[in-house]
Design a protein around this ligand. Structure first.
Ligand SMILES: [Zn+2]
Length: 432
């Protein structure tokens, strides 16, 4: 992991420095001393500094991805903490929150401790475990959230599955409120979710069983009522439907502690990507309709959706090279997060600063971690990227062990040049 005993000073010179947490967007230098941001502005060059020339590049806080599956322990053939954090670094991501649906499930101190130890040994970016809400993700018995939070869990989720029992969800919200813990819900009503793609014209045409939008919105509606009852902090993972955007918008207007995230694949693709039965277009929730996608864009533009997260879900070929309905759900996303999100800026959906906020200070605040900003005194987690460089996504070139990208072959713009964690360069694209 990052080395806290650096003695070197680094000057990142002449870049467009964007720090959304402080409304900064200007040509400036960033001085890093001993892994900490020392100063930001027009700075004097001193001979002792190592200089990173950043002219023409954007210099931003290292990205924070609050929804990642690192697969360790238990499914290291798909991904492990070493490969997953290398993929993060290559994507400009310096902090990841990893989901607890590992084997064994991250529902007790020993598994959380194991993940933290492995992250120290083999991780190249910061790894923040998300603990399970219920034991074994079984949806029945709550975990020891207080203990797990003290051990370092930044949120709780049964992701991959919903907490579907209303009574259990109510108790989880009440209990989590005692520690101001964030509950992240994979919002899906199981009795409406038998299909393998979005239910609509495309599913009818392809003859595939569909999952209606209501599968998500019914659960979000229920949960928001339980948030109103309990006051617990609630976050919708990978929100995908228009109805759910409306529900979150209303809840936020009422002042309820409700937030949500959207993935690059949900805001940039629709169920038409399933035509051709490409299993890399199969995920949960499924890619939705054009109307839903437009609602996600509007939600981002209006600040209803405050977070972009990848739901990076590596799967090996054995689980993907099968007929569509039998294929595993999920796609990788860490190495395409930034360029695909920059399409929002080019399409006029949001400003570059707002787009970066959704991948830095906003998720950091929800998780309560002191990252996602270039504030003086904070750890120097920084990404340098060229917003104009055009390239074609090639999953085979990625750091992730799994290659299940739904963006393979897509022409994108915006390329990560260097990623620093606590002032240490953990990724550079030189030589690529
Ligand atoms: Zn999920």
């Amino acid at each position: 992991m990052y080395n806290p005993s650096l003695t070197e000073s680094i000057l990142i010179r002449g870049g467009r420095v964007i720090d959304p947490a402080h409304g900064r967007d200007e040509t400036a230098d960033v001085l890093i001393v001993d892994g900490v941001i020392q100063a930001v502005g027009r700075l004097e060059f001193t001979a002792q500094c190592r200089v990173i020339e950043a002219e023409g590049l954007v210099v931003a806080p290292g990205l924070v991805d609050m929804h990642v599956h690192l697969r360790e322990p238990g499914q290291e053939y798909k991904e492990d903490i070493a490969s997953g954090t290398r993929a993060a670094a290559a994507g400009g991501v310096t902090s990841v929150a990893c989901m607890p649906n590992t084997q064994p499930v991250a529902d007790d101190l020993s598994v959380i401790g194991y993940i933290q130890e492995r992250a120290r040994q083999s991780g190249v970016v910061r790894v923040f475990p998300v603990g399970a809400i219920t034991k074994g993700l079984q949806g029945q018995v709550l975990t020891e959230m207080g203990l797990l939070q003290r051990a370092g869990c930044v949120a709780f989720s049964d992701d991959g599955r919903p907490v579907s029992d209303s009574g259990v969800m109510r108790k989880a919200l009440e209990y989590s409120r005692m520690f101001s813990a964030l509950l992240i819900q994979h919002a899906e009503e199981p009795s409406l979710s038998g299909g393998c793609m979005h239910e609509g014209i495309v599913s009818s045409r392809l003859g595939l069983p569909g999952i209606p939008s209501e599968s998500e919105s019914v659960m979000v509606d229920r949960d928001i009522r339980l948030v109103a009852l309990t006051g617990g902090r609630y976050h919708v993972a990978h929100l995908s439907t228009r109805q759910a955007v409306v529900a979150v918008e209303q809840a936020r207007r009422q002042g309820l502690p409700v937030s949500c995230e959207v993935t690059p694949h949900h805001f940039s693709l629709t169920d038409e990507a399933v035509i051709g039965y490409d299993t890399d277009a199969k995920m949960s929730p499924p890619l939705r309709s054009t109307t839903d996608r437009q609602a996600l864009l509007d939600g981002l533009a209006q600040g209803v959706i405050t977070v972009i997260a990848t739901d990076h879900a590596p799967h090996d070929e054995e689980n993907k090279r099968v007929e569509f309905c039998r294929a595993a759900n999920g796609v990788i996303g860490l190495e395409t997060l930034l360029p695909v999100s920059l399409e929002l800026v080019r399409d006029g959906v949001m400003s570059l600063s707002a787009c970066l906020a959704a991948m830095s200070c906003h998720p950091a605040r929800l998780l309560g971690i002191p990252h996602g900003t270039l504030e003086v005194g904070r750890a120097a987690d920084v990404v340098l990227f060229d917003p104009e460089e055009s390239w074609i996504v090639d999953a085979r070139q990625m750091q992730s062990k799994s290659k299940n990208s739904c963006f393979h072959g897509r022409r994108v713009k915006g390329r990560v040049k260097q990623t620093l964690v606590a002032g240490r360069v953990v990724y550079t694209d030189e030589g690529r």
